[in-house]
Design a protein around this ligand. Structure first.
Ligand code: GLV
Ligand code: MN
Ligand code: MN
Length: 396
């Protein structure tokens, strides 16, 4: 499975992945998911919001079920593991359970959430946010990519009807428990020498847009004192983000810009910048955003906000015990499991060790042995969560 996915959407020059929602590489990944599900005799469905599900058993008749999976889309020049590791290990763990003759007492599902990274349309976890209703359907339909294509048009072009986007209780009812496995995006597991960990919480985080206006003019002939240069405002804002994040124990990033008209020899007429800010406490994140907006002299328009997520403590502890006392750790990365947890679904996450901690980069990596340990851990957890009553494994 891993070898089949590796070339899909990989940029030959950077080695990074560009699997953006509803674009050709993403569609190839979606076909891959459906083919893997069919190959195993699973029932494949695509929900109203474009998330893909594959079921072993019938969640409508015998549900709600236990679901595992992640996402297949990527950030621009992302790594191979962020998302796909959770989907590939989901199918692999299911194979392992079947090899071991496990008869699940509840339906078992594999999910691939659509557009987790928000690389193309700007909002992360679009599929899960629509599913749970925290993202408004009309707003989603009108989200626009850098070429001016709306999400609605992109879905239509991909053969998915966008007319029925929005909270989907029928799909949510099928999900009793969600376990998402993900490559770790930090170095906590390296430091404690463990291949697999369990998530405790996700930092509150969000994305904001700053529109910095100026006056277009000639780069050579315009005297410095006559300039109204929005790039200077941007520079001030970026430095303020770093300073303010340091002061508040948070993190803040400006990683995406749209410069107009984007000419080397022209003072820009405007710079649009996106700020990603995260912290352990919402108040600190809000303070950083306010200070950056103040430094920029522009409003920070909130494009998305994810409150702090605390994963269900009982499920978290059960997983950690099943895995022999696996380390429990918080993360500052967003995940679909967090969106579902916030909506009241019993959700948990497993992390697989990342030797460098690097993520959202072509350099992201996990050792094969650790990925295999992730499959084994996931199989143990799924076997327990779908064990006939009274047959749950004794926690190690
Ligand atoms: C998702 O990968 C995020 O940006 O946290
Ligand atoms: Mn990611
Ligand atoms: Mn991810």
């Amino acid at each position: 499975m891993w070898a089949d996915l590796l070339p899909v959407g990989r940029d030959a020059a950077t080695g990074g992945y560009r699997r953006h929602a509803w674009a050709p590489a993403d569609l190839t990944c979606r076909e891959w998911f459906a083919a893997e599900a069919v190959r195993r005799g699973l029932d494949v469905t695509v929900d109203r919001n474009g998330n893909q599900w594959a079921w072993w058993g019938d969640p409508d008749a015998d549900g709600p079920g236990v679901v595992t999976g992640s996402h297949l889309d990527s950030v621009p020049d992302g790594g191979a593991y962020d998302g796909p590791l959770g989907v590939v290990t989901a199918f692999a763990a299911l194979d392992l359970l079947r090899e071991r003759g496990h008869q699940p007492s509840r339906p078992l599902g594999v999910v691939s959430f659509t557009d987790e990274e928000g690389a193309r349309f700007g909002i992360a976890c679009t599929g899960s946010r629509l599913l749970t209703g925290v993202l408004d359907a009309d707003r989603a339909r009108s989200l626009t990519d850098a070429d001016g294509t709306t999400l609605s048009d992109a879905m239509t072009a991909a053969g998915q009807d966008p007319a029925h986007l929005g909270r989907d209780d029928e799909t949510l009812r099928r999900v009793g428990t969600l376990v998402e496995l993900h490559v770790e995006q930090g170095r906590a597991l390296v430091d404690v020498g463990a291949p697999v960990g369990v998530a405790s919480s996700i930092w509150p985080h969000g994305r904001w847009r700053l529109d910095l206006m100026g006056e277009a003019n000639h780069a050579g002939t315009t005297r410095l004192e006559d300039r109204d240069d929005p790039m200077l405002r941007l520079a001030t804002a970026v430095l303020a983000a770093r300073e303010s994040a340091t002061e508040h124990g948070a993190v803040a990033t400006v990683g995406r810009l749209a410069v107009h008209p984007n000419g080397t020899n022209a003072i820009p007429s405007s710079v649009r910048a996106w700020l990603d800010a995260r912290g352990a406490a919402e108040a600190d994140v809000r303070a950083v955003v306010a200070e950056v907006a103040d430094a920029a002299g522009a409003a920070a328009v909130e494009e998305s906000w994810t409150p702090e997520v605390t994963f269900a403590p009982q499920l978290r502890d059960r997983l950690a015990a099943l895995l022999g006392g696996a380390p429990v750790l918080p993360t500052a990365a967003g995940h679909d499991a967090g969106i579902l947890a916030d909506a009241g679904v019993d959700a948990a996450m497993l992390f697989v060790r990342n030797p460098t901690g690097i993520s959202h980069s072509p350099a992201e990596h996990a050792e094969d042995d650790d990925c295999a340990a992730g499959v084994e851990a996931l199989a143990v957890v799924l076997a327990d969560l779908t064990a006939p009553a009274g047959n749950e494994a004794a926690p190690a």
